[in-house]
Unconditional design. Structure first.
Length: 73
């Protein structure tokens, strides 16, 4: 189970380092080919990224907004 969680965490980390997945909108949903959808939400100083597969949130992770937006810019 730990291995599967690490795979999902790696997918979210890679998506959050790609400019097409990181938006400055309050909320966005973008399909991740072969895995489902990545939903990003603005949570003040952080961005909440959730990987959703078949309607179930499989992993939720928070990222520092300033750090993420500056790294993909």
């Amino acid at each position: 189970m730990k291995k599967i969680i690490n795979i999902y965490e790696t997918i979210v980390d890679r998506c959050m380092s790609d400019p097409r997945y990181v938006t400055q909108a309050n909320w966005s949903e973008i399909g991740v080919p072969g895995f489902g959808s990545l939903i990003t939400e603005d949570c003040g100083e952080k961005i909440r990224a959730s990987l959703v597969i078949k309607g179930i949130v499989v992993i939720r992770k928070y990222f520092n907004k300033d750090k993420i937006i500056s790294s993909v810019a």
